[in-house]
Design a protein around this ligand. Structure first.
Ligand code: UD1
Ligand code: CA
Length: 451
């Protein structure tokens, strides 16, 4: 059966105290909206419809950045969740299949849970995702059941003391035939404690038409919503804990796991070692057996088998390390392909560059890739020895098996097998240092006497 996702993302999120729409705040590097889209993607949806309002342009960009095919519908006034879903009606005109409503600020719904809801649809017209709370003072809508079926959802504000005492709460996720859902949301009124169009009313409306409804239960943690920066931090912490555990389960050695920060898309292969205090930005893949040593920061890069990175290395976007490459302390790389067995061990910047197999880049070497306006490339061949403190002024190419003398400023290409030396010749002045020291010490003594 085809599925259409409807993701509600029009709210401002006043309690975030931010100009950014709530659903664009990030957990593990991805907007919450993207986390919701990723969960929904497990159902292989035929359509993904995002209901946007506050910051709609930014929300559209973020949604389509993740999924080009995402469709946006506007809800210009936030009149309630039922009203929000109703905005999707024109887009879903003629759509045959189920609709599943998700919230853009609820990032942890598991794909398996959504699959269970779709499975429950086989015997029920409306399926609502519920969870039980230990503390019934929480202000969620309550799910009212009779004879094992769901009869209605009552918002906390509108609920009697008896209903508020029920532990079964509404997550907001709902699955229903798309056309039935659209006809139900069209009937919703706003005569309630909030004066809003409540999506939750669809259950009683469906039951009144003789339709059936049921609850699929999940863990409270899955339905965690984010309303403030403190809750965003808590959600991020939950994501990190789960990701670290999943990495370890998959055979990665993560030392002091609580100090390692992962992005939502980080991939690390088995037998890789991640030392303490490593930060993974977006788009990092690390192959089996590589070592990421302490205090390194990686973003948009690929680390092949048995490469060693750090301690204290910074790999920026476009970095590709081949097998067995060594990147040592205080080395920064950007848009750089470093081929198998090459070494950049100390205090270097390698940007917009290609470094050939087994080449050794000496300490303090810098690719001078930027002239203030344009970026230029540096190409270094295989088996090259770059002397310490070489400045490679790009664009420049160094042939295979070439060499540079320490301190050389390379401004011209170096042919294969040649050595480039470009520095002032050394001149030793006999006794000069000793005479100079004596003069300076005498001057200091005289000044002290006069003071
Ligand atoms: C909703 C449910 C409640 C449930 C709770 C779970 C209703 C009426 N209530 O309450 O039963 O226990 O979620 O967290 O549905 N949104 C729009 N447009 C609107 C209103 C909301 O896009 O006009 C979006 C919000 O941005 C948010 C989501 O819908 O992502 C939920 O809205 P919110 O106002 O937070 O609903 P709750 O009052 O928490
Ligand atoms: Ca909410």
């Amino acid at each position: 059966m085809s599925v259409a996702l409807i993701i509600l993302a029009a709210g401002k999120g006043t309690r975030m105290q931010s100009d950014l729409p709530k659903v664009l705040h990030k957990i593990a590097g991805a907007p919450m909206l993207v986390h919701a889209m990723k969960s929904g993607a497990a159902l292989d949806p035929a359509r993904t419809i995002v209901v946007a309002g506050h910051g709609a342009d930014l929300v559209t960009a973020a949604a389509q950045d993740w999924d080009e095919g995402a469709e946006i519908v506007l809800q210009t006034e936030q009149l309630g969740t039922g009203h929000a879903v109703a905005q999707a009606a024109p887009a879903l005109d003629g759509f045959e299949g189920d609709a599943i409503v998700l919230y853009g600020d609820t990032p942890f719904i598991r794909p398996e849970t959504l699959e269970a809801m779709i499975a429950a649809r086989a015997d029920n017209d409306v399926v609502v995702l519920g969870f039980e709370v230990a503390d019934t003072s929480q202000k969620y809508g309550r799910l009212v059941e009779a004879d094992g079926a769901l009869t209605e959802i009552v918002e906390f504000k509108d609920a009697s003391a008896d209903i508020r005492a029920l532990p079964l709460c509404n997550s907001g996720v709902i699955a229903c035939d798309a056309q039935l859902l659209m006809s139900l949301v069209a009937e919703i009124g706003n005569d309630n404690a909030s004066g809003e169009y409540y999506l939750t009313d669809v259950v009683a409306l469906a039951r009144a038409q003789g339709k059936t409804a049921t609850v699929v239960r999940c863990d409270e943690a899955e339905t965690m919503g984010v309303n403030s920066k403190a809750e965003l931090n808590a959600a991020d912490a939950i994501f990190q804990t789960a990701t670290r555990a999943a990495m370890v389960e998959a055979g990665v050695t993560v030392q002091m796991p609580e100090s390692v920060y992962f992005s939502h898309d980080t991939y690390v292969g088995p037998d890789a070692v991640i030392e303490p205090h490593v930060v993974f930005g977006l788009g990092v893949t690390v192959e089996n057996g590589a070592q990421i040593r302490a205090f390194s920061h990686l973003e948009g890069c690929h680390v092949s088998r048995d490469a060693v990175v750090g301690p204290y290395a910074r790999l920026r976007p476009g970095t590709e390390l081949a097998e067995g490459v060594k990147i040592g302390n205080f080395v920064e790389t950007k848009n750089a392909v470093i081929e198998a067995g090459a070494k950049v061990n100390h205090l270097s910047y390698i940007g917009d560059a290609q470094v050939g197999e087994r080449t050794n880049i000496g300490a303090g070497t810098i690719t001078c890739n930027y002239d203030g306006v344009f970026k230029h490339r540096t190409t270094v061949g295989r088996d090259v020895f770059i002397g310490s403190n070489t400045m490679l002024v790009a664009p420049v190419t160094l042939g295979d098996e070439s060499m540079t003398a320490t301190g050389t400023v390379v401004t011209r290409d170096v042919p294969e097998g040649d050595m480039a030396v470009a520095r002032a010749r050394q001149d030793n002045k006999p006794g000069f240092a000793r005479r100079m020291f004596e003069k300076l010490k005498a001057k200091k003594a005289k000044a002290a006497k006069e003071a």
